[in-house]
Design a protein around this ligand. Structure first.
Ligand SMILES: *Cc1c(COP(=O)(O)O)cnc(C)c1O
Length: 374
């Protein structure tokens, strides 16, 4: 049956337990599975690190939601990223966004060179710049869209064309958008990466990551083998919590996005705010591409407060519903002065606050900002 995303989210990997008829899936905690005297598999499983039934259900759901052929779940988003990047052969060259997630940047700068894999950073929202960077042949292009913290938008189909013409792979970190808003594989990407810690988990209580592959090919087999041997798998309990998050993901994203729109429009009209970075605003430089490749504009936004760093910190301190904390994608709204969390060499503007818009009522969220900005 050709199902809509909302239906897939509820039903993928959700077959009732064949043994008991339980409608909610069982959590199989067993690390080992009975086999025959010559290690003949009885029910398809052998050892939890290699594969287990709860993880299989989550992977089936992730592959279905992204429209991929196969998925691999990991203990964290970073484990998923390193699972792919560290599977590249020596001599490979990776192009990464100049504003990519800080963990991805550390991995590329500290660990990839040790494996003779080089990394270059480029503005992925500028296709001409990407083509120029491909003058030195690249093995893999990495894109994150919307990006952090300016919510820059990159043209996934355009990047896929550049990659394809040069026999390179395209991987999209789809953490901010989720497959509800954007499906990179349908736009030509080869792999999608998620920190499921964020919207998939959805309740700020489970760490996890995933890779979803367009094809079940040699790359998939190599990365799957690597995960089995290096062991960065997701625990069954975490797989179960993440699977539970999948069920309500489309419903949550709809409300996250509606709240983000209401807040972004309020903030954009506020005299104490110099600038709002949210791709749903027609003034955002990536608005047209976002409108073409996304179903809605997401619930991550940032704003730049008039008065610089001191003014931004004061506002962040006055908010009551928005907790000062890192991460995103949970039911509760969060705010963060990014520059303060970026270590000795911050890249975010000092007047910038990043906001993860939660599932509270929009009126209450707006009232909180109105009070804090007054
Ligand atoms: C959080 C995050 C990651 C890393 O994921 P973890 O689950 O924290 O390891 C990667 N990319 C993006 C865009 C993220 O927000």
């Amino acid at each position: 049956m050709n199902m809509k995303l909302e239906t897939l989210a509820v039903h993928a990997g959700a077959e009732p337990d064949p043994e008991t008829g339980a409608v909610a899936p069982p959590i199989h905690l067993s690390t080992t599975f009975r086999h025959g005297p010559a290690a003949e598999r009885v029910a398809g499983y052998e050892y939890q690190r290699e594969g287990n039934p709860t993880q299989d259900r989550l992977e089936a759901a992730l592959a279905a939601l992204e429209g991929g052929a196969a998925a691999l779940a990991y203990a964290s988003g970073m484990a998923a990223i390193s699972g792919l990047l560290e599977a590249l052969p020596p001599g490979a060259r990776v192009l990464l966004p100049d504003d990519c997630y800080s963990g991805t940047r550390y991995l590329a700068n500290e660990f990839l060179p040790q494996r003779d894999v080089s990394a270059a950073f480029v503005d992925m929202s500028d296709l001409a710049a990407v083509e120029a960077a491909c003058a030195v042949p690249a093995t893999l292009l990495w894109v994150e869209t919307p990006s952090n913290p300016l919510m820059k938008i990159s043209d996934i189909a355009g990047l896929a064309r550049i990659a394809r013409e040069r026999d390179a792979l395209l991987c999209c970190d789809n953490t901010f958008a989720t497959p509800v808003l954007q499906q990179p594989l349908a736009l030509g990407a080869d792999v999608v990466m998620h920190s499921t810690t964020k919207y998939f988990g959805g309740h700020s209580d489970v760490l996890g990551g995933a890779l979803v592959f367009a094809r079940r090919d040699v790359l998939f087999e190599a990365v799957a083998h690597r995960r089995h041997i290096t062991g960065g798998v997701l625990s069954p309990f975490s797989a179960w919590l993440t699977l539970r998050g999948c069920r309500s993901l489309p419903a949550r994203m709809a409300m996250h996005c509606a709240n983000a729109r209401a807040l972004a429009e309020f903030l954009a009209a506020h005299p104490a705010v110099a600038r709002v970075n949210w791709p749903g605003l027609p003034t955002h430089p990536g608005h047209d591409i976002a409108r073409a490749q996304m179903r809605d504009y997401g619930a991550m936004l940032s704003l730049q407060v008039r008065g610089g760093r001191e003014a931004a910190l004061k506002v962040a301190g006055k908010l009551e519903l928005f907790t000062n904390a890192t991460s995103l994608g949970g039911c509760e709204s969060l705010v963060e002065h990014r520059a303060s969390t970026e270590g000795p060499h911050p890249v975010s503007p000092q007047d910038l606050l990043r906001v993860s818009v939660g599932l509270e009522h929009a009126d209450d969220l707006i009232a909180d900002w109105a009070r804090a900005l007054a």
